[in-house]
Design a protein around this ligand. Structure first.
Ligand code: FBP
Length: 272
C-alpha cells in the first residue's frame, strides 16, 4: 500500500465500513428483519453517523442515492459481486469500472472481492491487478474482500486460512483487507501480523446479540485489527443508531464491552 492511501475512508487510522451490498449478494431476504432498510436512503442516513468512515454499495445504489450525501459520507464503491442465485463455483462479476467509480460516482474508494481457492482465482486476481493499478491512478483507496472460498476449502474461517487471506491483501496491494473473524484473538493477531502495512478489518457476519457482537469486535481490535466492515449486525437491529454509538466507543474510543453496552438497551436489561 501507499502511505496514507486509505485516509479518505479512515478516522484516526481506523475504519468502520457500513456494508450494504446485501441486496445483490444475499437478496431482499436480508431486509426482512427491518423492512425499512430495503430503502437505501435509510442506510445513507445511518452512514452520516460519526462512527461510519465509509458506506460500501454497488454502482446502481451509488448512482441513485449518493449525490445527496456526497458532502457527508465517504463512498466505497464495490466493483464486483454476485447474486445468491448463482449456483456455480464462487465467482464474481465486475459490475463497475474504476474510471466510472472515480469519475461518474465520485467514489473515495473501491472494494473488490477475491475468492482465493476458487476455480477462477487466477482470473479474479488478474482483474484485481487491473483494478488496483487503476485505483492508484485515481487516488482511490483499495479494499479487498479477502474471502477464501471454493470446493477445496471446507472451513473458510480456519486461522491459517484467515491469515492467508490477510496476507494476500498485502501481497496484491490492497490498502485494507476485509476478513472473517478466525474464532479467537490469537488467530486474529496472527492475521493482522501477516497483513503487514495493509490494514485489516473484520467482517461483521450474521446478526448476533449486542454483547456477543461487541465482545468479538473488542477482541479483534485488541488483537490489532483496524476496524470493522459491517452490514447485518447494524441494519438488522431494531435500533441501528444505538449499535453505531456502541461501535464508535469500541473502535475509536477504546471502550470496554460493558462501557459500550451503555449505548444499547442490552446493558439495562442485564442490570435488571
Ligand atoms: P455482513 O456484516 O452483513 O456480514 O456484511 C459484510 C459482507 O461482506 C457484505 O459486504 C456482503 O454482502 C456479505 O458480507 C457477504 O457475506 P457472505 O458472502 O459471507 O454471505
Amino acid at each position: 500500500m501507499l502511505p496514507d492511501a486509505d485516509d479518505a475512508i479512515t478516522r484516526d487510522g481506523k475504519a468502520l465500513i457500513l456494508a450494504y451490498d446485501h441486496g445483490l449478494e444475499h437478496g431482499p431476504v436480508d431486509f426482512e428483519p427491518n423492512p425499512e432498510t430495503a430503502d437505501p436512503e435509510a442506510i445513507f442516513e445511518l452512514a452520516t453517523h460519526d462512527a461510519v468512515t465509509s458506506v460500501a454499495v454497488q454502482k446502481g445504489i451509488a448512482e441513485a442515492y449518493y449525490p445527496e450525501y456526497a458532502d457527508e459520507v465517504s463512498l466505497l464503491t464495490k466493483l464486483n459481486g454476485t447474486s445468491n442465485l448463482w449456483m456455480g463455483e464462487p465467482d464474481t462479476a465486475l459490475n463497475c469500472t474504476v474510471d466510472y467509480a472515480a469519475e461518474a460516482l465520485d467514489a473515495d474508494a473501491i472494494g473488490f472481492t477475491v475468492y482465493a481457492g476458487a476455480n477462477d482465482e487466477v482470473e479474479m486476481a488478474e482483474e484485481f491487478r487491473r483494478v488496483q493499478e487503476a485505483a492508484r491512478e485515481h487516488d482511490l483507496s483499495v479494499v479487498m474482500w479477502a474471502y477464501p472460498r471454493g470446493q477445496g476449502l471446507k472451513n473458510d474461517t480456519k486461522p491459517g486460512v484467515i491469515s492467508y487471506a490477510a496476507r494476500m491483501g498485502l501481497e496484491l496491494g490492497a490498502d485494507i483487507a476485509k476478513v472473517k473473524y478466525p474464532g479467537d484473538a490469537d488467530a486474529m493477531a496472527h492475521a493482522c501480523e501477516m497483513s503487514g502495512r495493509t490494514k485489516v478489518v473484520m467482517s461483521g457476519g450474521s446478526k448476533t446479540d449486542d454483547r456477543a457482537f461487541l465482545t468479538t469486535i473488542r477482541e479483534a481490535m485488541d488483537a490489532g485489527a483496524d476496524g470493522l466492515a459491517v452490514g447485518r449486525n447494524v441494519f438488522q437491529r431494531e435500533n441501528p443508531q444505538e449499535i453505531l454509538d456502541a461501535l464508535e466507543a469500541v473502535i475509536f474510543e477504546e471502550a470496554s464491552v460493558d462501557e459500550a453496552l451503555e449505548h444499547t438497551g442490552a446493558a439495562a436489561v442485564a442490570d435488571d
